[in-house]
Design a protein around this ligand. Structure first.
Ligand code: HPA
Length: 271
């Protein structure tokens, strides 16, 4: 490598994947999951924990920025012998580390061998049919971050980004699962009621601050994506109540056992 060579995001992800393989003793991970607010308990429900790696020991990762968001990478042996990698150290766009940092977990998962990426989050409900505590499948997204994780003239197709096959698989476990369009805002402030109305008018059902950029990077890396939002609250202006981070965390905590059970049944079915 010449001294002037700048490491690409993919090279950094490959380095991270090598460190994960070394520290976990697991050469290849088959499935990866990013578990957002409310989804954390699923890690222990999908199999046996082989190894928990503090995020800061892995190149390109940072300690968690938000209380209630984990800070480790967990390697899990599933009952069928495959391995899942749980990325418990999500970097959000609002942290200001740049979009490369936001999608580093997804790229690392791909470099670790994962071909299926499960992206989950806690989010606000725009669709009035949703209630707090309800998990919703993500059917598509609208990216309002004015950013992309893809650099250069690389025109990646995003048709069926949130795999309809994987959504069908999820509905074999719970046929009542609703689905909706996720709108990613940058945050960290919650949306104004006018922004929430706008999100609904342009076709959104869910508002949040993650996932869309990660899904794009997952597709670029050739992975299939399954996306889930836990509706932690009615989005601003949908209900009269002002939003609070504490409320979001509490709704997540209450829903955790249900979400863990749901994912523990769906993940084994994933390719
Ligand atoms: N908006 C954006 N992000 C969120 C929300 C919300 O209402 N709830 C949880 N994350």
């Amino acid at each position: 490598m010449s001294e002037s060579h700048e490491q690409t995001p993919q090279e950094l992800a490959a380095e991270a994947a090598r460190v994960i393989a070394e520290l976990s003793g697991i050469e290849k991970h088959d499935i990866a999951l990013t578990l957002g607010s409310g989804w954390g308990k699923a890690a222990t429900a999908i199999g046996e924990i082989v190894s928990e790696i503090p995020a800061e020991q892995v190149p390109g990762f940072h300690a968690a920025a938000v209380v209630g968001h984990g800070g480790k990478l967990t390697s899990i042996r599933m009952p069928d012998g495959r391995h899942a990698l749980v990325i418990g150290a999500r970097t959000h766009f609002y942290e200001g580390r740049g979009v490369r940092a936001v999608v580093h977990g997804v790229r690392t998962a791909a470099a670790a061998g994962a071909t299926t990426m499960v992206l989950t989050n806690g989010a606000g409900g725009v669709n009035p049919n949703y209630s707090p505590g309800q998990p919703v499948l993500i059917s598509d997204h609208i990216n309002l971050t004015a950013s992309s994780p893809i650099e250069g003239a690389n025109f990646v197709d995003l048709t069926d980004l949130y795999s309809s096959k994987l959504r069908d698989l999820a509905r074999t476990v719970d046929p009542t699962l609703d689905e909706g369009v996720y709108v990613q805002f940058t945050g960290p402030h919650y949306e104004t009621p006018a922004e929430v109305r706008y999100a609904g008018i342009i076709g959104g059902d869910i508002v949040g601050m993650s996932t869309a950029l990660e899904a794009i990077a997952a597709r670029q890396a050739g992975m299939q994506v399954l996306g889930f939002s836990l509706i932690t609250n009615a989005a601003a202006g949908i209900s009269e109540t002002p939003l609070s981070h504490a409320e979001v965390i509490e709704a997540g905590r209450e829903a955790e056992p249900k979400l863990a059970s749901l994912l523990s049944q769906i993940v084994p079915l994933l390719p």
